[in-house]
Design a protein. Structure first.
Length: 141
């Protein structure tokens, strides 16, 4: 019967290890998604023939505009991911915020390049989940 009344039993080091590994994973994934977004933005700004144009839908922008949106989101995601690796606590919340904004942008970009948009959307959602788990596990520690 060796249990602690404060809730910090033997599993506290395990929780700390999972929280730390979750932070590294989320930071790495966010940095990687940022690089992907920068590359997609450069391709769209260069008016490459990778993206479909001429689709009529509500969120229609010029391909160059989408390129700048992806480039800016990618740079911010990259910087936030690097700051998370460096241990900046503000970067956790900033990572969730930029992932939410990036998810909305990826969803709106879906008619131009569906597979890419779905892949980036899935990565952003996984970053949101990972950072949320990290923040909730830190709150329990």
């Amino acid at each position: 019967m060796s249990s602690s009344t404060s809730g910090r039993g033997y599993d506290s080091p395990v929780k700390t290890a999972f929280a730390f590994s979750g932070a590294i994973f989320a930071a790495t994934l966010l940095t990687m998604v940022g690089i992907f977004q920068v590359l997609a933005g450069i391709a769209a700004i260069a008016e490459d023939k990778v993206y479909v144009s001429g689709i009529e839908y509500v969120y229609q922008f010029d391909i160059t505009t989408w390129g700048w949106i992806h480039l800016i989101l990618g740079v911010i995601a990259f910087v936030v991911g690097i700051c998370m690796v460096l241990g900046q606590t503000w970067a956790r919340v900033a990572g969730i915020v930029i992932s939410i904004i990036g998810s909305v942008a990826a969803f709106a970009f879906m008619p131009y390049y569906p597979f890419w948009a779905l892949a980036v959307l899935a990565l952003y959602i996984f970053v949101i989940w990972s950072l949320s788990q990290l923040i909730s596990s830190r709150a329990e520690l």
